[in-house]
Write a protein that binds this ligand. Structure first.
Ligand code: SAM
Length: 254
């Protein structure tokens, strides 16, 4: 398999993405910390704070990988003392296209004391074609996942379909820095350093080179907002973090 920069057709993109995450699954969490200097934890914590789930929320975390968002969701509900004796059952389903990522997630859940089948469910599924009935979930999250899919519009249509009316869509994704000097530094770092770190830590130069490329190709904040609106969502807003290195998009199915 190669992960070069030439134009690839759609099947090639999805098998390439699959190969990338297959090869990085075991080192994925370590690499996230190394590449972002641990900042991805702050981005994810902020994402959960913005979501502020309430008891009874039924969350679908798509492209959920090794469970970072799901664990934060469960911890958030536990930590809210006013919620702790609430009898309304909250649940989270982590879905991902890659079994290797889900397997790492399940092992982490066991270690953290979360119970599969009770606190958390795992679903092997393509975000573009979810094996889920219409209007099943009250919240949908996708973190650092949507830029990897072949058809963003299909993923958004599926998000809209599986959400109940009133349900909330939230996306955390790399976005576009709007300051030229910072952009230059960010380019140096991501094109020069990330593949090197990928090689040293995970033995995977090309997989990490691919990840950098996928960030560049993803639509900017405004264009992505328009795509979310085009899928039928209302009240679409976004918030930049770290100068637009990442953005949180939020929307409702009304
Ligand atoms: N959400 C997790 C997090 O924030 O740590 C994992 C993000 S990881 C960068 C991207 C995930 O997207 C991988 O686990 C990959 O397998 C998954 N993925 C890629 N294409 C997908 C698709 N079409 N449907 C579902 N998941 C997909």
């Amino acid at each position: 398999t190669h992960f070069g920069f030439q134009t690839v057709d759609e099947d090639a993109k999805s098998s390439k993405v699959h190969a990338v995450f297959e090869s990085v699954a075991s080192s994925y969490d370590l690499m996230n910390d190394a590449m972002s200097f641990g900042i991805h934890r702050v981005w994810k914590d902020t994402f959960m704070l913005r979501m502020s789930p309430t008891p009874g929320t039924k969350l679908l975390d798509v492209a959920g990988g090794t469970g970072d968002i799901a664990f934060r969701y469960l911890n958030f509900l536990k930590s809210e003392t006013s919620f702790s004796d609430n009898k309304m059952k909250s649940s989270v389903t982590v879905s991902d296209i890659n079994q290797a990522m889900l397997d790492v997630g399940k092992r982490r859940a066991d270690k953290l004391g979360f119970i599969t089948g009770e606190d958390i469910d795992w679903l092997l599924a393509d975000a573009e074609n979810l094996p889920i009935e219409d209007e099943t979930y009250s919240a949908y999250t996708i973190a650092f996942g949507i830029r990897n899919v072949t058809h963003i519009d299909k993923v958004l249509d599926e998000a809209y379909r599986v959400l109940k009316p009133g349900g909330r869509f939230m996306c955390l994704e790399f976005s576009h820095v709007n300051n030229e000097a910072l952009q230059w530094m960010y380019d140096q770092y991501s094109f020069q350093m990330i593949p090197v770190m990928g090689q040293v830590i995970a033995g995977e130069w090309k997989a990490y080179q691919y990840l950098v490329e996928s960030i560049r190709k993803f639509p900017n904040q405004e264009n992505f907002k328009e795509m979310i609106q085009a899928a039928g969502f209302s009240q679409v807003t976004y918030e930049n973090m770290t100068f637009g290195v990442v953005a949180i998009h939020s929307a409702f199915k009304l």
